[in-house]
Ligand binder design. Sequence first.
Ligand code: GLN
Length: 491
Amino acid sequence: MVMEELSVQQLADGLDSGQFSSVELVRHFLHRMQAHRHLNAFISELHDRAVMQAGHADRQIRERKHGPLTGVPLAHKDIFCMSGERTSCGSKMLDNFIAPYHATVVQKLEQAGCVVLGKTNMDEFAMGSSSENSYYGPVRNPWNAECVPGGSSGGSAAAVAARLVPLATGTDTGGSIRQPAAFCGVTGLKPTYGRISRYGMVAYASSLDQAGPFGKSAQDCAYLLQAMAGFDEKDSTSVDAPVPAYLAELNRPLQGKVVGIPDEYFSTGLGSEVRTIIARAIDWAEEQGCIIKDISLPNTELAIPAYYVIATAECSSNLSRYDGVRFGHRCEDPKDLHDLYHRSRSEGFGTEVKRRIMIGTYALSTGYYDAYYLKAQQVRRLISADFNAAFQDVDFILGPTAPETAFRIGEKTDDPVTMYLSDIYTISINLAGLPAISIPCGIHEGLPVGMQLIGNYFAEDKLLNFAHQYQLATDWHQQCPPGFQQKRQGC
Ligand code: GLN
């Protein structure tokens, strides 16, 4: 089998048994990255650094001081600070920013021995659903280069789908791991809020942001999540709870599990082909002995308006730090301090980021705070209550990840509200802080369809278990976009 099709388990076994070295593996993937630059999946390629890190991993393996991820290649979304490397967050504002420290996620994965091949392209400050809002240009979907890969972690999803890298990190504030995973036909997990440290992850909306893994399969994601998860004293919202052994949970039978199907996720707005494909996945769950139960999440339609008040309010505050003084873009020859702020921010931020800062500032301003921000927080509580009630009766909630398959580049850029609707099924999960996974479950007209499985707090192990069982029975996750299979180099 060709190297890029190997699972993380197979990569670990191959490295451990000396079938190939990390340097060979890394060179193979770096070569693929170069060969497929037209996807624009990467903002930075870290060739020299990667080869050096791989050499170090090979020494560790020879000395038998290695773990399962030692020497395994990986990409980080360019939202994670990486010491000595540019961390742009897809923005002109941070184009010249060299991070002075590692994010905890970067640190942990370095300790686990992963080799970082590059930093992936993304919507500016993670604001978007298509990866078109990047200062570095749009990312292309490997399944159809005229289509978006989803967003904001579109670079990571596209890179894994095109087999440019076996694993990648992402972040999800309202769907930015799950929706691009669905559009690119890969597996992506958004963990419970607090499961993974946010330290060193550029902030968008701090009460919603959460890092998570992308991989070809749930099993691959389990490896990556294991290394990312855990308490961090540097993040006051990280949760001090034991991290289960995710791989050990993958093989539990699903017999008797109750799967809730929310009425609201199958109402108007859902494409009929996506509906049919999700229905097949529900039938599969029933064949496994799951109990299928109709449920209701009555406040679903309020999720997008509530999110776009809360997320914009938080971003307007978080992004106030980019003032041209301490770091980031600074305008030429400022006349005075006000001019420095004004022009540095006007020049450094893109249109969507400016739009959100303005909405958020407005929502938080005196006289409007109660009407917008406070109301949105109350709605957020209602949405959490819907999920709490549902999880009294069910183990999982299953539905589509997105209402349609990947749309065309440029199709929604002039209409932000239509763009915001791409996250209709994912956003409420962030408002409630719950974990959810997107798994490939079909292909329609050459584009992948993803199903979303939502779990109760800290039920990442159960989500991975369900997804793994589904992937043992189906091969949607093994489908490689046409043109990206490379038969040249065996291993
Ligand atoms: N599309 C949503 C937004 O633009 C979610 C983005 C994300 O999860 N980072 O806010």
